[in-house]
Design a protein around this ligand. Structure first.
Ligand code: ADP
Ligand code: MG
Length: 699
């Protein structure tokens, strides 16, 4: 494909606004727009028209089936395909797609995680069309983005709370805009651009490693002699196989209307990144799911495997998904962009302090929003933000907030005095070179970059949480300001007080340092190192109150989510433990025995010739035997402890056991195995090494 074709192919497989405008009768189109923009339900008659036009369009694009595409709590997307055929007359069929099939689907929810919601309700689940995210055709099916809920209306998916949080956010943000005299904006939308990191390796090495196949990460593997130390991979020239892959991936994404924008090599060998142009949180989240899916399927066509796990390799950088979050209006304003007038600037400072307050008050929720077994291996490692949440604003903004707080005159470089509501802020640098890359939540000029999100996670979760906590602070601000006698005085006071009360969350130093851990503790900030420590705080009273107030999640839904996440965590660790045991017996043990036999035979041969074994052979055999003993003991312990794991325990009990016992056992086993790997002969190796994997794509 050449560059001229891109605008032509972009979105060709999407039933987007342009297609609807062209094909739908005017009134039906307007009704869809109202459903999309204002959340007004679509009447039966219009839905009928939309369904029929959508079907005709989909058939032209090669679709024979349709599917409600949803995002259950498993973390991946789900789909069940129905063909358009319907019996007609005697042995004939017609292609049919009713209004009902578009708007609502029924599916057996019993095999999807419900975290206890199922016990009290029917096993049936319902999918409901989300008109704010476009339908598309992929692999011969019409995909209809849907929300997924139980018979009683409880959310069983990741999309529903996201949509609810966007409503809550819109409502509160509009109140603030009105206070600043903005009557024109009709809608405020949180926006997201999610930078997706991934590893790309050759299929053959992947297939010879049970841990990669079952767990998506290596459970064994000695450090390679060359890792990422030279930093020669970051932004390096892209190998031709990788580049062919990236090209096809871009093209496939463009056809599906995904704004794939940048691609480059990342820090670790075999690691890459794709970043899209930002869009609304809901669409960004659907598109990110689609991106991850295509990353895998396109890789397969190139005899490659795309690893989305947060930490596929120990001692090598893991993968994250930098979640760039900002606030946009329907008039294309960015509310986190310092403006050009004093009023715009005061408004900017208010939104900024709302985010600061939200992040400080809901550190636990932000940590929960990225909590998973995989991400635990990444957070706190040297390349990723620690589990402590803090905000980095940059030098200029720091100085401005300091001045506001102390009531001193702020003198920017051009020596202008700053007064909220009276003066214009000095330009805030957007330059990415002076960024603090160790900060988990960094202001980057007109957006915040939340860097803790794991590469495999569904971004709906961090974003519904960010949307809701900021909506809550905006609500409190609006309550206070709406009742104020003098708006400007109240505004100044509010901004100042908020800075004083929440500045402990601001930190510009090195987040990876030991000193920060101590300092954060002194400031009373949370440091929730493990998913388990974080998840138990999900149902805390303040969190329930928050989500219920904004109708994002009910108490029951929060409880169900906590259970599901804990269960998911323990399932993952339990599978890892079983996989480690399998590899220990079936791959590592035979390799070690083989190599020992080889050495012993050599020693025996020498003896027969009347020679002594050399220092090399005897040292090697001694070292190997003692490591093999260590390995055997560790394996025995892991086996015993894994056998004790009881699926009838509560989810919390299981998760704690995994965290405290199984993960530690696996570490011990790995340590012995990795040391042996370093000395066992290459031809005797149990499986492809880190070197083999990380440099498996050669050209
Ligand atoms: P940077 O140099 O700050 O990394 P980029 O322009 O490369 O800036 O953006 C990084 C990511 O942030 C991209 O995915 C981009 O779409 C996203 N982004 C930019 N502006 C916004 C915004 N207003 N809201 C959300 N995401 C944004
Ligand atoms: Mg970035």
């Amino acid at each position: 494909m050449n560059a001229r074709e891109i605008p032509e192919i972009f979105g060709t497989m999407v039933f987007n606004d342009k297609v609807m405008k062209e094909r739908l009768p005017r009134e039906a189109y307007d009704a869809v727009r109202r459903a999309k923009d204002e959340g007004k339900p679509l009447s039966h008659d219009y839905a009928k028209v939309v369904a029929s036009v959508m079907k005709e369009w989909a058939i032209e694009k090669g679709a024979t089936h349709f599917t409600h595409w949803f995002q259950p709590m498993t973390g991946i997307t789900a789909e069940k395909h129905d063909s358009f055929i319907e019996p007609f007359g005697d042995g004939e069929v017609i292609m049919k797609f009713s209004e009902k099939s578009l708007v609502k689907g029924e599916s057996d929810a019993s095999s999807f995680p419900s975290g206890g919601l199922r016990a009290t309700f029917e096993a049936r689940g319902y999918t409901a069309w989300d008109p704010t995210s476009y339908a598309f055709v992929k692999d011969g099916s019409l995909y209809i983005p849907t929300a997924f809920c139980s018979y009683g209306g409880e959310a069983l998916d990741k999309k529903t709370p996201l949509l609810r949080s966007m409503d809550a956010f819109n409502k509160q943000a509009l109140r603030i805009l009105r206070l600043f005299g903005n009557d024109k904006a009709k809608k405020v939308t949180p926006t997201v651009g999610a930078e997706q990191e991934y590893f790309l390796i050759d299929k053959s090495v992947y297939e010879s490693r049970l841990d990669l196949v079952h767990c998506g990460r290596t459970l064994f593997g000695a450090r390679p002699s060359k890792g990422q130390e030279l930093e020669d991979h970051y932004y390096g020239a892209i190998k031709s196989r990788v580049s062919a892959y990236m090209k096809e991936l871009d093209e496939e994404l463009w056809k599906l209307g995904v704004y794939a924008k940048t691609k480059h090599n990342e820090v670790a060998p075999a690691q890459h990144e794709l970043a899209p142009v930002f869009t609304s949180t809901n669409i960004a989240s659907d598109q990110n799911q689609l991106t991850m899916e295509l990353m895998k399927s396109v890789a397969n066509k190139h005899d490659l495997v795309c690893l989305l796990h947060e930490k596929p390799f120990a001692s090598i950088n893991g993968s994250g998904k930098h979640n760039n979050w900002s606030i946009g209006t329907d008039l294309d304003e960015n509310l986190l962009e310092p403006g050009e007038t004093p009023a715009d600037n005061a408004q900017f400072l208010l939104f900024l302090t709302a985010v600061i307050k939200a992040v400080d008050e809901y550190q636990d929720l932000l940590r929960i929003s990225v909590a998973s077994a995989g991400n635990d291996h990444r957070l706190g490692a040297a390349e990723a933000p620690p589990a402590i949440i803090s905000i980095y604003l940059g030098e200029e903004l720091d100085a401005i907030l300091n001045a506001i707080e102390s009531g001193e005159t702020y003198l920017a470089k051009e020596k202008k005095e700053l007064k909220i509501g009276v003066s214009v802020l000095p330009p805030i640098p957007k330059d990415s070179t002076d960024r603090n890359r160790t900060s988990p939540f960094a202001f980057t000029g007109n957006k915040f970059e939340f860097r803790m999100v794991g590469s495999s996670s569904n971004i709906a979760c961090p974003n519904f949480i960010i949307n809701t906590i900021v909506a809550e602070e905006l609500r409190k601000f609006a309550d206070e300001l709406e009742g104020a006698k003098d708006f400007n005085i109240a505004l100044n006071k509010l901004i100042r007080e908020t800075i004083t009360n929440h500045k402990r969350i601001l930190f510009s130093g090195n987040n990876y340092s030991k000193e920060w851990e101590k300092e954060a503790k002194r400031r009373g900030l949370l440091n929730l190192k493990s998913t388990v420590d974080a998840l138990v705080l999900y149902p805390a009273e303040k969190n329930v109150e928050l989500f219920e107030r904004h109708r994002v999640l009910s108490k029951q839904e929060i409880n169900s989510r906590t259970e599901i996440l804990l269960e998911n965590y323990s399932n993952i660790v339990h599978i890892e433990a079983l996989t480690a045991i399998d590899m220990a017996w079936k791959d590592i043990t035979p390799a070690v025995i083989d190599y020992q036999r080889f050495l012993l035979e050599e020693i025996k041969l020498k003896k027969e010739l009347g020679k002594n074994a050399s220092a090399l052979e005897s040292r090697l055999i001694d070292k190997l035997s003692s490591l093999a003993d260590e390995f055997a003991l560790a394996l025995e312990k892991l086996e015993k402890d894994t056998a004790k794991y009881d699926s009838s325990w509560s989810n919390l009990q299981k998760a704690k056991y995994c965290q405290k016992t199984l993960l530690k056992d696996m570490e011990a086993l790995r340590s012995a195995s990795d040391q042996m790997e370093l000395i066992v002969g290459k031809d005797f190796g149990a499986f492809p090494t880190y070197e083999d994997i990380l440099y498996s794509v050669k050209y």
